[in-house]
Write a protein that binds this ligand. Structure first.
Ligand code: PMP
Length: 426
């Protein structure tokens, strides 16, 4: 038995499902997860010594590649001075200034310790600021596991939200309405009927949790216009897209400015970090300035700030996004050619360093319904054929793929060759 298998058996005795976050268990693709011993550059190495070219990058944070020396050294330096203060530290100030410089709509911001905390806090703030309870999200968008956000529509928009996890009270979920991503007329109708009660729209400006689905031209602009008209707060959840699709995030890429932004992943360089921020006028409602409560013992943690600042410094260097976008485009081109060679119908989406591969003959995928119509069985087989060859894709057909600057031309070539075989064997 492999060491990974042994560990997985042991883990299941004391950790629910053997994992600390469900998607890691490989439930949706079948089989067993491998356990990671170390990570370096574009690679993961499992406890049995097998090397994988990694297209998940810790689900996004590893834009510079794993174990980047600048980040590692910043962490070691910071650790020499203590691990947590529970009091203000200088790196928090530098971090806030750096983020505000890179994402100018974040005039003020708060650090938190995860993406979930960022979105949960942004929503409380939007509700506190507007004095309204109802929020709107989109089908297929994931914003972490806070109660308000683990909700999907009963039968499309204009119905009350129903919880999609036991433990979320129905009375609570009814304040979350769900619309179709990229369907502007639908949310316009919703606002026409009850816009005056809507505290906020929260959206992944590029959806990354139903595979990768970019916004149609005019969609984000339309959301902006609705929020302006009805006095609702527009929240861009850039936990995934922030510092990924462009240095200034999706808001810079598409030129649409939200009122609040949530960040995570890359902002911590691999440490547990998130942030939310936006217009001063709204952020000033947070305690201790205002009445909306939000707090965190480990928020602004000195080690996390050191890692995040090192990451942001590296990615601010010229040419980073051009290189990342080019590498991603090259990968997609090679995968598309390999699929075409074996007459496997696929479709791709790409925004900067983020991509999606769909097993579909419908062409471009632009919403959740289409994403769920894709051939999931083909994906599962493809996933395992790639894994056997040492290529690690996200173990779900509904996750985006991520490249890093550490992926070399040789890595891409190896990946495309593996895909050529996998497509032929499907
Ligand atoms: N928002 C988005 C867009 C995400 O992709 C995620 C996690 N993948 C979250 C929020 C939640 O972040 P975390 O897992 O750090 O709580």
């Amino acid at each position: 038995m492999s060491l990974s298998s042994e560990l997985f058996q042991r883990a299941q005795r004391t950790i629910p499902g053997g994992v600390n976050s469900p998607v890691r268990a490989f439930k949706s693709v079948g089989g067993e997860p491998f356990f990671v011993a170390k990570a370096e550059g574009a690679y993961l190495f499992d406890v049995d010594g097998k090397r994988y070219i990694d297209y998940i990058g810790s689900w996004g944070p590893m834009l510079l590649g794993h174990n980047h020396p600048a980040i590692r050294e910043a962490v070691i330096r910071a650790a020499a001075n203590g691990l947590s203060f529970g009091a203000p530290c200088p790196a928090e100030v530098t971090m806030a200034e750096k983020v505000a410089e890179l994402v100018p709509s974040m005039q003020m911001l708060r650090m938190v310790s995860s993406g979930t905390e960022a979105t949960m806090s942004a929503i409380r703030l939007a509700r506190g600021y507007t004095g309204r309870d109802t929020i709107v999200k989109f089908e297929g968008c994931y914003h972490g596991h806070a109660d308000s956000l683990l909700v999907k529509a009963g039968s499309g928009a204009l119905t009350l939200g129903v919880p999609n996890s036991p433990g979320v009270p129905a009375d609570f979920a009814k304040y979350t309405l769900t619309c179709e991503f990229n369907n502007l007329p639908q949310i316009q109708q919703l606002f026409a009927e009850q816009g005056n009660q809507i505290a906020c729209i929260i959206v992944e400006p590029v959806a990354g949790n139903m595979n990768c689905i970019p916004p149609e031209p005019g969609f984000l602009e339309g959301l902006r216009a609705l929020c302006d008209e009805y006095g609702s707060v527009l929240i861009f959840d850039e936990v995934m897209t922030g510092f990924r699709v462009a240095l200034g995030g999706a808001q810079a890429y598409y030129g649409v400015t939200p009122d609040l932004t949530t960040l995570g992943k890359i902002i911590g360089g691999g440490m547990p970090v998130g942030a939310f921020g936006g217009k001063k006028e709204i952020m000033q409602h947070l305690a201790p300035l205002g009445p909306v409560y939000q707090a965190g013992t480990l928020s602004g943690n000195p080690i996390a700030m050191a890692a995040g600042l090192a990451a942001l410094t590296e990615i601010s260097k010229p040419g980073v996004y051009e290189a990342l976008t080019e590498k991603t485009a090259q990968l997609i081109k090679g995968l598309a050619q390999a699929a075409a060679k074996h007459a496997v119908p696929v479709s791709f989406n790409q925004v900067g360093g983020m991509f999606g591969l769909f097993f579909t003959n419908e062409g471009r995928v632009s919403n959740y319904q289409q994403a769920t119509r894709c051939d999931i069985d083909a994906f599962k087989r493809f996933f395992h054929l790639m894994l056997q060859q040492g290529i690690y894709l996200a173990p779900s057909a509904y996750e985006a793929g991520f490249l890093s600057l550490a992926h070399s031309a040789e890595d891409l070539k190896e990946t495309i060759a593996a895909a050529d075989y996998a497509f032929s064997a499907l």
